[in-house]
Structures are given as structure tokens and as C-alpha cells.
Design a binder for this molecule. Structure first.
Ligand code: F6R
Length: 242
């Protein structure tokens, strides 16, 4: 595990973007695993800058997002499809037909999950999986549980997750209660994992996830078993790390 802590958000964003862009420069057919939420916004901004400067093309790349809410229209401003278009897809040349996000409006969600896993398998291995971290240690929407699920599945969002994500909606009642999420097995199968965490409110969970016992109560603790894990932290999130 390689943990890097940054004093400046700009440097953190640049470093995150360099890892993604560098991968696609050396492997134009790279398969990217992408995340949403507040954490990667600045990284995507920097990726878009690099693309606009002609440093990289995503024409041959493929992407799979980690998750999507159940029951929000794809066009809803807070759907993860809208988020990805707004922050990344509308500004780069990644072909829309290879920018996969699970469909949280599918009539049969179990079938949609199975289809998503088949698509990931058909694309080969995810080369780089980008992750944020939930306050409760979730990755994707794999919430703390007695057992974690390997593949894409429907999940009931934890109360803490609903609270954290209420900031994107008018109130907590508008936050969808369920989501589709890639499973921990798929996440851990990625060749490389890039975990990014910001903010003092995540310092404790960062410490538990990266140095505490490996337990399904803190799904991110399973990342300790991954051979190619890079962690980018801002100073606040890294406060408790030695
Ligand atoms: C997003 C995702 C989540 C977030 C996590 C942190 O696709 O899968 O695990 O990464 O909830 O969210 P933010 O970045 O908003 O603090």
C-alpha cells in the first residue's frame, strides 16, 4: 500500500489525474472503474483539463461506474449518470456506449446486476478502480455487514449514507433508499486501486480502514489485502496516519 498525504488539494487532484491519465496514455484500451460523490470532482476536473490540452484520448477506453441509485430517472440531476456526464463524460471522448453505469431503473434489478457483471467480465479486468470512502467504511455502496457480496447487487443504503448524501438533495427523504453497487469481489479484482479521501470527518475511518483489523464491519479494510493500492489523502483525512 502506498499512502500519500497532500497539503494542497490542487496537488492531490493533479496526482489522482496523473495516475488515471498516465494509465490511459500507456494503455489506451484501459478499463477504468469510476466513482461519484464529492471526492473525485477535482480529479475529474484535472482529467478534463489534460484531455483538453491533448495529453490523452479515451476513444478506446472503457469505464464501469461503481454504483447507481435505484429508482431515480437517469436524467435526474442527482443520478450518477447525470453526475458522470456533468463532471466527465460530456467533456472527454470516451464513447458513450462504453461508459457503463448500472441501470437503477431496470424492471428486473437482479437481472441488471447479472448483466453488469457479465459486461465487466467481457471487458476483461478493471485496470484501475477509483474509490472514495464512506464515513462508515463503505466502498462503492458495500455497507458494513456480517458478510460482503462479491458481485453487483441491490443494496439498502445505511442510515449514515442517506444522511451523508442528503446534502445533494432537498432533504433526506428524497435520497433513494436503495442502490445497485459493484461488489467487493469485483473491486478487489481490479489490477490497481486508487482510494481518495478528503476531510477531517474521515480521519478516523481512514485510520481504521487502513491500519485496523480486516473486517466486513469496515468494508474498506479489505483493501489492505490488495497488492496495488494507492491512497491519496488530504492533510485532514490523513491526520491519524503515522
Ligand atoms: C460513489 C461511491 C461512494 C462514495 C463515498 C464517499 O460512487 O461509491 O462509496 O465514494 O460515499 O462519498 P463522498 O465522496 O461524497 O464523500
Amino acid at each position: 500500500m502506498n499512502v500519500l498525504t497532500f497539503d494542497s488539494n490542487e496537488k492531490l487532484n493533479e496526482t489522482g489525474a496523473n495516475i488515471i491519465v498516465g494509465l490511459v496514455q500507456t494503455n489506451p484500451r484501459a478499463v477504468l472503474g469510476l466513482a461519484t460523490g464529492g471526492t473525485p470532482v477535482g480529479v475529474y476536473e484535472q482529467v478534463v483539463n489534460d484531455f483538453k490540452q491533448g495529453l490523452v484520448s479515451f476513444k478506446q477506453a472503457t469505464s464501469f461506474n461503481l454504483d447507481e441509485y435505484v429508482g431515480l430517472d437517469a436524467g435526474h440531476p442527482e443520478s450518477y449518470r447525470s453526475y458522470m456526464k456533468h463532471h466527465l463524460f460530456d467533456h472527454i471522448d470516451l464513447p458513450a456506449e462504453r461508459a457503463y453505469i448500472p441501470n437503477g431503473n431496470a424492471s428486473n434489478l437482479e437481472e441488471e446486476c447479472a448483466r453488469y457483471d457479465e459486461r465487466i467480465a467481457a471487458a476483461g479486468q478493471i485496470d484501475l478502480q477509483l474509490l472514495g470512502l464512506g464515513h462508515n467504511g463503505h466502498i462503492g455502496f458495500n455497507e458494513p455487514a456480517h458478510a460482503l457480496i462479491r458481485g453487483t447487487h441491490v443494496v439498502d443504503l445505511a442510515q449514515e449514507t442517506l444522511q451523508a448524501n442528503a446534502r445533494f438533495f432537498n432533504n433526506i427523504d428524497e435520497v433513494p433508499k436503495q442502490a445497485l453497487t459493484m461488489g467487493v469481489g469485483t473491486i478487489l479484482k481490479a489490477k490497481m486501486i486508487l482510494l481518495i479521501v478528503r476531510g477531517a470527518d474521515k480521519a478516523e475511518i481512514v485510520h481504521r480502514a487502513l491500519t485496523g483489523p480486516i473486517t466486513t464491519d469496515v468494508p474498506a479494510s479489505l483493501l489492505q489485502t490488495h497488492p496495488h493500492l494507492v491512497v491519496l489523502l488530504d492533510r485532514e483525512a490523513g491526520r491519524l496516519m503515522a
